[in-house]
Design a protein around this ligand. Structure first.
Ligand code: ADP
Length: 585
C-alpha cells in the first residue's frame, strides 16, 4: 500500500479494490426487482446466460423455454394477466428474431411486454465487420414495437428499464424492445453510484380521466337508443375494472357481447349476454358502445352485411360510442359518434355515475327479440352437443371441455387452432374474467404452450389448453417445459390428422401427402411421456372426461390426444371468407 506523496495512503487502484462494486448484470436485475418484476421468461445463451443465473440467485423466477417465441408469448400474456410488463430475455440475432414475432403480436394485441435481447458490439455491427451474431437489432425491432431503446453504459441501465416499463404499460399497452450489447453486462460501477442510477417508476400507468362532456355525449346517445348493445373487448378485461363493468351492464340493462378474450368478464350464462344471438344483434342494434374493443376485422370493420349494410363496405347505420385509451382509435373504420377517451376504469366509473336509478331500461321489444333469438340458438346447440357420434367430433369433445370448465371456473383456458378455436369459443362458457387466452387480434398460431406456461406460473391455477393438432405443432416442444416446472397444465390436442381436416389427397398422385395432411393416427400423448408427464389417448367423450378430471385433480402436466373425426372441420374454421381457396370451393 502507498504512493509517492503519501506512503501510507491507498492508490486509486487499491481504493477500487476495497470499494463495493456492481456491474451491468447486477444493475439489470436490481432495476427489474426495484420495479416489482419478479419473473423472467427466456432462453439462456451468449451473452445473457449469466444474467439468467444471477437473476435466479437473486430470487427471481427464471422460466427457461425451448424456443424464444414461446418465451415471448409467455411474457406477453403474463403482462396481460398482471398489468406488469412481462419480461422476455433472449440472446442476440437469431434468438432476438425468434422473440420478435411475440413482440409484434403483443404490440398488436396491446399486451405489455419488454423483449430484452443481448446484442453484439456496436463498433463492429455498425461497420458491418462480421461479429458473432451481428445484427442491428434496434433498427429491426423499432417498427414492430411500441418503443425501442438501447443502453450503452451500465450507468444508464436504470433509465433504460424505467423507460421500457413506462412505454409498455402507460396509455395503450404494447411491446417494447430493450437492446443490451454484450459489453454492457461486464461494465463495473461503484455500487453506490449504481444504486443511485436506478429508478423506481412512479405511477407507471397513470389514470386518464375522460372529459365530462365526452361522457355526457355518450350517455345521451345511449339513453336515446331503441336497440342498444355493448361490446366488451380484451382491453376491458385487461383493465381489471371488473365490478364496475358488471355494474354498468346490469344497471343499464343493455345486452352485451363479449369479444373472445373478454368472455367471463360477466359469466357467459348471464341473461344479458347476447353471444348466442351475435348475428342478430350486430345488424339490428342502433347504438353500440365499444369498451376496449376495436372495430377491426374481428368485428367486420363495423360495416358490411354483418352490420346490416347493403354491400361489403356499406355502413349499417349504427351510431357508435367508443371507450378507449387511445384517442387515435376513433374513426379508424367508421364514424365514432361519441368517443370517450381515457382508461377503462375511469371511463366506466364516470359512465356509471351517470346511470342512476331513473335510467330507462332498453325497450322491452328489443330485449324480448334478443332473448328469443338466444333461446332458439341455445336449443339448437344443445341438440348438437347431445349427439355422441363415433369417432368424436369437435362438438362431442367440446361438450366435455364445457362441463369441465363449468366445474372449474377458476381454471384458465388457452385456445388456438382453426376449428378447435372457433368451436371452443362458441361452445365453452367462461365464468370469470381473464380466464380465456387465445389467438387474439391476429388470429395467430403458436401462442399455445407459451400462454399455458405463463398462465400457470403467474396464477397458480390449473390451465386447460385446447389445441388444434396443427396449432400445437408450433410450440409443442414446450411440453418439456411444462414437465420441467411441473405445471398444472392439461393440454388437449384435437387430433383430426391435419390442418383443417385430415382428408386431403395429393391431386398429382405422387408419393407426398397433401400439404394439409399430417401423419395419420399420430400419438401426441407419447410426446409428454418422454419427459415424465401423463399422456392419455382418448377416443370417446367418456375417456376424455376421465382424463381431464384426473389432470385437474392431480395437477400433473398432462397431454390428452383427443381423436377427432378426420372429416370434421371446415377449411379456415369460421374465417372461410378470408381464404381465397376456401371461397372458391
Ligand atoms: P378485442 O380483440 O377483444 O376486440 P382489441 O384488442 O381490438 O380487443 O381492443 C382492445 C382495445 O382496448 C385497444 O383499442 C386498446 O387501446 C384498449 N385498451 C387497452 N387497455 C386499456 C385500458 N386500460 N383502458 C382503456 N382502453 C384500453
Amino acid at each position: 500500500m502507498g504512493n509517492v506523496e503519501n506512503p501510507v495512503a491507498a492508490t486509486p487502484a487499491e481504493v477500487q479494490l476495497v470499494r463495493e462494486m456492481t456491474d451491468g448484470f447486477q444493475l439489470v436485475i436490481d432495476a427489474l426487482k426495484l420495479n416489482g418484476i419478479d419473473t423472467i421468461f427466456g432462453l439462456p445463451g451468449i451473452p445473457i446466460t449469466d444474467l439468467t443465473r444471477k437473476a435466479q440467485a437473486a430470487g427471481m423466477r427464471v422460466i427457461s423455454f425451448r424456443h424464444e417465441q414461446n418465451a415471448g408469448n409467455a411474457a406477453a400474456i403474463a403482462g396481460f394477466l398482471t398489468q406488469k410488463p412481462g419480461i422476455c430475455l433472449t440472446v442476440s440475432a437469431p434468438g432476438f428474431l425468434n422473440g420478435l414475432t411475440a413482440l409484434a403480436n403483443a404490440t398488436t394485441n396491446c399486451f405489455p411486454v419488454i423483449l430484452i435481447s443481448g446484442s453484439s458490439e456496436r463498433e463492429i455491427v455498425d461497420l458491418q465487420q462480421g461479429d458473432y451474431e451481428e445484427m442491428d437489432q434496434l433498427a429491426i425491432a423499432k417498427p414492430l414495437a411500441k418503443a425501442a431503446f438501447r443502453v450503452l453504459e451500465a450507468g444508464d441501465i436504470g433509465v433504460g428499464i424505467a423507460r421500457a416499463i413506462r412505454a409498455a404499460v402507460s396509455g395503450r399497452p404494447g411491446g417494447v424492445y430493450l437492446d443490451l450489447p454484450a459489453k454492457l453486462f461486464a461494465q463495473t460501477l461503484d455500487a453506490e453510484a449504481g444504486r443511485r442510477s436506478l429508478i423506481k417508476v412512479v405511477d407507471p400507468a397513470p389514470r386518464q380521466i375522460p372529459a365530462k362532456d365526452a361522457v355526457q355525449r355518450a350517455l345521451d346517445l345511449l339513453k336515446g337508443a331503441k336497440r342498444p348493445l355493448i361490446i366488451l373487448g380484451k382491453g376491458a378485461a385487461y383493465a381489471q375494472a371488473d365490478a364496475d363493468i358488471r355494474a354498468l351492464i346490469e344497471r343499464s340493462g343493455i345486452p352485451y357481447l363479449p369479444m373472445s378474450m373478454a368472455k367471463g368478464l360477466l359469466p357467459d350464462t348471464h341473461e344479458q349476454c347476447a353471444s348466442a344471438a351475435r348475428s342478430f344483434v350486430l345488424p339490428e342494434a342502433d347504438v353500440v358502445m365499444l369498451i376496449g374493443a376495436r372495430l377491426n376485422w374481428l368485428l367486420s370493420h363495423g360495416k358490411g352485411k354483418t352490420w346490416g349494410g347493403k354491400g361489403h363496405k356499406d355502413w349499417g347505420g349504427q351510431k357508435f360510442i367508443q371507450v378507449d385509451i387511445s384517442p387515435l382509435e376513433a374513426d379508424s373504420n367508421v364514424r365514432i359518434d361519441a368517443p370517450v377517451v381515457g382508461d377503462i376504469g375511469s371511463c366506466v366509473s364516470a359512465l356509471l355515475a351517470g346511470i342512476g336509478a331513473s335510467w330507462p331500461k332498453p325497450p322491452a321489444e328489443w330485449l324480448a327479440a334478443v332473448a328469443e333469438r338466444k333461446k332458439q340458438n341455445i336449443a339448437k346447440m344443445a341438440e348438437t352437443l347431445a349427439k355422441n357420434p363415433a369417432p368424436m367430433n369437435f362438438h362431442s369433445a367440446l361438450n366435455v371441455v364445457r362441463d369441465i370448465v363449468k366445474a372449474n371456473p377458476d381454471a384458465i383456458l388457452v385456445n388456438e387452432g382453426a376449428n378447435a378455436l372457433d368451436f371452443t369459443r362458441s361452445i365453452v362458457d367462461m365464468y370469470q374474467p381473464r380466464k380465456r387466452l387465445d389467438v387474439g387480434t391476429w388470429g395467430v398460431m403458436g401462442i399455445g404452450m407459451g400462454f399455458a406456461v405463463a398462465a400457470a406460473v403467474v396464477s397458480g391455477k390449473p390451465v386447460i389448453a385446447v389445441e388444434g393438432d396443427s396449432a400445437f405443432g408450433f410450440s409443442g416442444m414446450e411440453v418439456e417445459t411444462l414437465c420441467r416446472y411441473n405445471l398444472p397444465v392439461c393440454v388437449v390436442v384435437f387430433n383430426n390428422n391435419g390442418v383443417y381436416r385430415g382428408t386431403d389427397v395429393n391431386p398429382a398422385g405422387g408419393p407426398d401427402v397433401a400439404p394439409t395432411v399430417f401423419v395419420k393416427g399420430a400419438r401426441y400423448d407419447k410426446l409428454i411421456e418422454a419427459f415424465g408427464g401423463v399422456g392419455v389417448h382418448a377416443t370417446t367423450p367418456a375417456e376424455l372426461r376421465k382424463a381431464m378430471e384426473e389432470a385437474i385433480r392431480s395437477r400433473k402436466p398432462t397431454l390428452i390426444n383427443a381423436v377427432i373425426d378426420e372429416t370434421a372441420g371446415t377449411e379456415s374454421g369460421r374465417i372461410t371468407s378470408l381464404n381465397p381457396s376456401a371461397k372458391k370451393k
